[in-house]
Design a protein around this ligand. Structure first.
Ligand code: AMP
Length: 167
């Protein structure tokens, strides 16, 4: 398959802020907080167990490097780093990915309330992607390409890139 994909979704280079040999970092279409980003293996693989050891290593080293920048740039004090491995564990996009989410004091009243929030946003997104354009939704719609592009462009500056996919 040509270009980058996140499961079935084609991903434009301007949504990508990080490249390593076997992974990419992309900004989120529906972040639960600013700075909620995703680390994805380049190869489209459904489950964690399907990754090679090189891919596991590259993905988590990437998540570590990305987490450092995300925590600092979004004024975080901690990080939630999570992987929902399979649909029964809440995985909605059929392509392994690690969520990197900056955390700060008081962001959720109970620390683990972040997990139902991840679930809620994903259900919302699934509804929005199915709904015809213009349908009213009380919640915020997914972000625009421009908004995602701006965030990725800012973040890109903080990383040494494996590959220049933007020029
Ligand atoms: P999960 O439920 O663990 O599979 O997480 C899916 C994540 O991917 C959620 O945070 C979604 O907001 C995000 N997402 C879904 N589709 C896209 C897309 N096309 N581009 C960027 N992020 C996406």
């Amino acid at each position: 398959m040509k270009g980058f994909h996140f499961g079935p979704w084609p991903i434009r280079p301007n949504e990508i802020f990080f490249t390593s040999k076997l992974s990419i970092g992309l900004v989120n279409l529906k972040p639960i907080v600013p700075g909620h980003v995703l680390v994805v293996p380049r190869r489209i693989v459904l489950r964690f167990a399907d990754l090679t050891s090189d891919e596991v290593s590259d993905m988590f080293l990437s998540a570590q490097a990305i987490g450092k920048v995300i925590e600092r740039e979004y004024g975080g004090e901690s990080l939630t780093i999570t992987l929902q491995d399979g649909p029964k564990a809440g995985q909605t996009v059929p392509h392994v990915h690690v969520h990197v989410i900056p955390r700060k004091t008081g962001d959720w009243a109970n620390n683990d309330d972040i997990y139902p929030e991840i679930d809620r946003k994903e259900k919302e997104l699934a509804g929005e992607l199915k709904a015809p354009k213009g349908v009213d939704n009380e919640e915020r719609p997914p972000r625009t390409q421009e908004d995602m592009g701006r965030e990725a462009e800012q973040l890109r500056k903080h990383f040494q890139q494996y590959e220049d996919i933007w020029n």
